[in-house]
Write a protein that binds this ligand. Structure first.
Ligand SMILES: *Cc1c(COP(=O)(O)O)cnc(C)c1O
Length: 478
């Protein structure tokens, strides 16, 4: 095979009409960039409601009592917290600030939960003063909540975080939660009148699993249901089971492109195709002693089981008696809860940054320097595998294909915004804008830092009003 002739494999993202409305109004975007600086995050809440409705429809189809709690940590904007108020959504909070903000915004306590990995006294006080459910992770936390409840002379509604589910003959390890095998004894020994944790009112179970397995979640839910049946006979009533987050979303349009990308990457790593990533980064693959090893170490950006399909799969998972989770929940009258973050934010955000320079490195690669840094679009997996869009100030009539890497503002060799080499129809000019789509879930905020004393990116919300006028309304997230 001729190593030079092969094209770069594209990865076309799924996009929404609002994103194109924004991109097709370059003068507005340049103006916003002028006013707020680069990069700029723009959000739209419409898909947020649609994503929630998708989950709701599944729960309703099984006639289940349910509550979808938005995992607040996946995006820092208050706008999404506000948006939960006009739907039946709640909010999963993981810090004092997150909880405080929800309370200040007037979210009802029944719609809130605290799942923070670290709960200090201040957070527990705030939760109990406002009658907010706390999910307990360990016995020290039980002691703390008991102590604060005594101090405030209140009862504390608590859920137990459970882990250690048996799957495929082995226990699933987690650093979080109580091992499922000890929960029943914990309740019997400590929970109830005249017992050590007499201020704690057990109301439900919670789990959140790592990874994206439908089956593991289905099995974990069955084991929680088994536990609720067992403790019900000891007079501990379970009102809800919360199955956490980690619901898949799909970022890419084309399964064939996805497959082709992975195959090409494998060839490149084995030196059988020209490089398609920065310094031939393997994204999890490597070649040792002429053998390809490892696996693609990224989020499954293309997948066929997003959101509703994922949830449906969990609810229809059967136990050894042929009963599925939905039937069991219904029969026991237990409310099912979930805490999606990323998948609720699907299609709700884009990140736009300005081109500052272009240069060719010693290997002849075009590097396009962006006014933005790697933490402002950072995937916890090996890379963010979506083709960006470019808003050219001077679009050329004839295409002049170019291949580039986008580089960032941190003084690190590895501040390359996308590890993939990207094919463009022309070389961007200084001041052109690059649009990275679907960045609202974690990508834009979760790892954002202020090294070099750079400002954090500005967050705007966009509302299209185009049914009546062509006006575009942007407002700051406050
Ligand atoms: C992070 C987290 C979530 C949200 O996970 P997503 O992958 O964004 O859906 C939900 N619950 C808990 C406890 C979490 O830690």
């Amino acid at each position: 095979m001729n190593k030079k002739e092969n094209n770069l494999p594209p990865l076309s993202p799924v996009t929404s009409p609002w994103m194109h409305q924004v991109m097709q109004s370059p003068s507005t975007v340049y103006q916003l960039m002028e006013e707020y600086g680069s990069p700029l995050n723009i959000h739209n809440t419409e898909p947020f409601y649609q994503n929630h409705n998708e989950y709701k429809a599944i729960f309703e189809s099984f006639d289940l009592k349910h509550l979808v709690l938005f995992a607040r940590k996946a995006n820092k904007c208050q706008g999404f917290v506000q948006a939960t108020k006009s739907s039946a959504m709640g909010v999963d909070t993981a810090s004092y600030q997150e909880l405080k903000q929800c309370i200040d915004l007037g979210i009802e306590s029944e719609k809130l939960v605290v799942t923070a990995a670290i709960k200090n006294r201040k957070l527990v006080e705030l939760a109990l003063e406002n009658d907010v459910l706390i999910i307990l992770d360990n016995k020290d936390e039980c002691e703390l909540v008991q102590s604060v409840a005594e101090q405030l002379n209140v009862e504390a509604k608590v859920g137990i975080r459970v882990s250690g589910f048996t799957y495929g003959g082995k226990k699933l390890y987690s650093r979080f939660g109580f091992d499922i095998d000890i929960v029943e004894n914990l309740l019997i020994e400590y929970f109830g009148t005249d017992k050590k944790f007499d201020r704690l009112k057990y109301v439900g179970l919670h789990f959140h699993l790592n990874g994206y397995s439908i089956e593991q979640r289905g099995v974990a839910l069955h084991q929680c249901l088994d536990l609720t049946e067992s403790i019900l006979s000891k007079a501990y009533k379970t009102e809800f089971i919360d199955i956490g987050g980690g619901f898949l979303m799909n970022y890419l349009k084309d399964e064939k492109e996805w497959g082709h990308f992975e195959e090409t990457l494998k060839l490149a790593v084995q030196d059988k195709h020209r490089e398609i990533t920065f310094q031939n980064h393997g994204l999890g693959f490597e070649t040792t002693e002429n053998k390809l090893q490892g696996r693609l170490n990224t989020y499954p950006y293309f997948n066929k089981t997003p959101r509703a399909i994922f949830l449906h799969g969990i609810l229809t998972c059967q136990n050894e008696h042929g009963l599925n989770n939905a039937e069991r929940l219904k029969a026991l009258g237990i409310e099912i809860r979930m805490e999606p973050g990323r998948s609720l934010l699907d299609q709700t955000g884009i990140t736009i940054a300005k081109v500052v320079f272009r240069k060719q490195d010693a290997q002849g690669n075009w590097l396009v320097g962006m006014e933005m840094n790697m933490t402002q679009m950072y995937s916890s997996s090996a890379d963010f595998l979506l083709d960006p869009f470019v808003i050219h100030q001077n679009p050329k009539k004839a295409s002049e294909p170019t291949e580039v890497f986008f580089t960032g503002a941190y003084c690190l060799e590895r501040d390359v915004l996308l590890k993939r080499k990207i094919a463009l129809s022309q070389l961007p000019e200084i001041g052109d804008l690059v649009v990275f789509v679907n960045t609202a879930g974690y990508m834009m905020h979760f790892f954002e830092t202020e090294a070099h004393l750079f400002d954090l990116a500005t967050n705007l919300f966009y509302e299209s009003n185009q049914e009546f006028t062509q006006s575009m309304d942007f407002h700051l997230d406050t």
